[in-house]
Design a protein around this ligand. Structure first.
Ligand SMILES: [Zn+2]
Length: 202
């Protein structure tokens, strides 16, 4: 996660993340394909690795291709499907963060470095927002965050650091935290087969 952004920008990005979670009633553990769907973004997974045309994007993980359509710009995200699933999950959220933050608009003025910092921050934040980390992993351990929010240990460590900074600055409980706590839900695990099913009564 880049530390080059101003702290006010981090708060702005958190609020933009809350908008997305609230508008689309996001369910956790977050499923990046569902987010792509609601945003109308097409996702192509390249199981053999990214196509050669990707070389101009200087990435081996994924990139977003803007496509002109009758209704304005549409986006097509390309993901390297030969990397571990947990990495693809983060890459897709990173690319969706670029879309949500309007980084790909013709009039975007951010430097590449800053845009990358913002996308990494928002991707990590959406996967494990401060308010949900505090509510759902009260022990605040990296391993619990990784498990509950389905993140790599590395991404969970970043989320953990971000949440600890917010807690230490008494910066939890901001309006975006309340909005996220009120609108995000947890995916219900399929119930274990009950006795009636086991006995063939269901
Ligand atoms: Zn990027």
């Amino acid at each position: 996660m880049s530390r080059k952004l101003a702290s006010s920008r981090y708060e702005e990005i958190k609020a933009l993340g809350a908008d997305l979670i609230e508008d689309y009633e996001v369910v956790y553990p977050l499923e990046p394909f569902e987010i792509a769907d609601v945003l109308g973004v097409h996702v192509a997974i390249h199981v053999e690795g990214l196509p050669v045309t990707a070389q101009r994007f200087s990435t081996s993980d994924g990139y977003t291709e803007p496509v002109a359509s009758r209704n304005g710009w549409k986006f097509r995200i390309h993901i390297n499907g030969s990397t571990p699933a947990i990495r693809q999950r983060f890459t897709l959220m990173h690319e969706l963060a670029h879309v949500w933050l309007d980084h790909l608009c013709a009039d975007a003025t951010l430097t590449d470095e800053r845009a990358e910092g913002e996308a990494n921050f928002l991707a990590n934040y959406l996967l494990a927002p401060d308010a949900l980390v505090v509510m759902w992993t009260p022990e605040l351990s990296i391993s619990a965050i990784a498990q509950v929010f389905q993140m790599s240990d590395e991404a969970a460590e970043l989320a953990h650091g971000r949440v600890m900074r917010a807690v230490n600055r008494s910066a939890i409980g901001r309006p975006h935290d309340h909005r996220i706590a009120a609108s995000a839900t947890r995916r219900i695990e399929p119930p274990a087969p009950g006795l009636s099913t086991l006995l063939g009564l269901a």
